[in-house]
Design a protein around this ligand. Sequence first.
Ligand SMILES: Nc1ncnc2c1ncn2[C@@H]1O[C@H](COP(=O)(O)OP(=O)(O)O)[C@@H](O)[C@H]1O
Ligand SMILES: [Mg+2]
Length: 192
Amino acid sequence: MKIILSEEQLRGILSELVTRRKDPFSMEGSQHMIYDSKKNPNIVFKVGHPHFVDEWLPIFKKYPQYFPKIYRVGILKDRHDYKYVEMDKLNTKRVKEEWSEMTLLLTDAGLIDEDNNINDVFINCILDEEYDNRVISTIQNMDRSVYQLFIKWLNFLHKLNSVVAPIKGSTLDIHDGNFGYDKQGNIKCFDI
Ligand SMILES: Nc1ncnc2c1ncn2[C@@H]1O[C@H](COP(=O)(O)OP(=O)(O)O)[C@@H](O)[C@H]1O
Ligand SMILES: [Mg+2]
């Protein structure tokens, strides 16, 4: 839904954005900019051209169990007419830590080398059931808690990809910079 803001409303929204760069709306190659809310440490704003935002926003809204909770959505009536989406800020630090632990385990198991990282392992597991089974049987007698962590991620990524891939037309963008945990401890994706 498009919301055209009055100047006063816009000033309210803009006062909540922490500017991370001098020109807050220069994209520098990236499709979106992410801003922390000044008022609420649990909120971020994702800002981008409506063409790009509309590629993911409907999926986020349709599957709230896999994506951060969305609050306000609107258009910034500046020279670019960018769209902003106010959403839950997820815990990304925990994801990086978990992916490091899993990387160590997969390296010990000989599943990761110079040409193959943890992102490739997850992607190949999703695309190839035989490989998936082989990975699981290779690591199932290794460190129990990291094994279970890996299975949890794999299950999440399988389910997420099964809803995203048909709409996106390609596999999920899988790396540790695209996921976070919400306050309830659920894994969520913020970039497909
Ligand atoms: N909902 C969110 N919660 C916490 N951090 C976020 C959130 N959305 C984006 N980020 C941060 O911003 C970075 C870039 O966001 P992302 O949505 O992956 O955009 P892109 O990869 O297109 O630049 C992420 O790696 C993450 O650090
Ligand atoms: Mg990303």
